[in-house]
Design a protein around this ligand. Sequence first.
Ligand code: IYR
Length: 222
Amino acid sequence: MENNKFIPLENFPEFDDEEMLKRSDFFKNYAKRRRTIREFSSTPVDKDIIINCIKAAGSAPSGANKQPWHFVVVQNIEIKNKIRIAAEKEEREFYTNRAPGEWLEALEPLGTHSQKPFLEEAPYLIVIFERKYDIDTNGNKIKNYYTKESVGIAVGMLINAFHYAGLGTLTHTPSPMNFLNELLNRPKNEKPFLILVVGHPKKEIKVPNITKKNIEEICTFL
Ligand code: IYR
């Protein structure tokens, strides 16, 4: 019998060195144009763009290829409103009581606060859930592996996919955010990972005057 456990590597891109250098340079320059957006316009965004980007994220590598993620795409204004109310409740607590002074100081350059109008204004909230374990048809638990790492990689790819498509994103993590399970009707094996707010930036907004570390600071060659 034919062994089809392994198949030929097909359709894998191959470029010469010069082309790879050009492509990596283009990608680096393009990636550096991404900014976290905190003020979104309500301009609609074609749902097929969202689907394409989630399909790209779904191609991410994951522990034992378990793909331990679920993406809930929220467009419905009533659900967005409920998310905003619940998130702002946690955020008010965070900014007034929960966050230590050192944390608030670290956030100061970003100008964040407990009001989160973008949760209603942006056309899409994508709530990403980390599937801590799977459940088979008999209700048995099936182990997943490296779920946090896997979902982190997928979300990184999602952010880049939206950036490549020309959309702005914000990684928003109200803490705690277990209210999202109930609001979005997700099972208990799924843990909210973050909310990715997606849409066009509002016209003429300002963003924090912050910089990224240079290559010497973030990288060591041995
Ligand atoms: N979740 C809060 C606080 C916050 C925390 C970090 I770390 C940030 O990089 C940004 C914000 C909020 O969304 O305001």
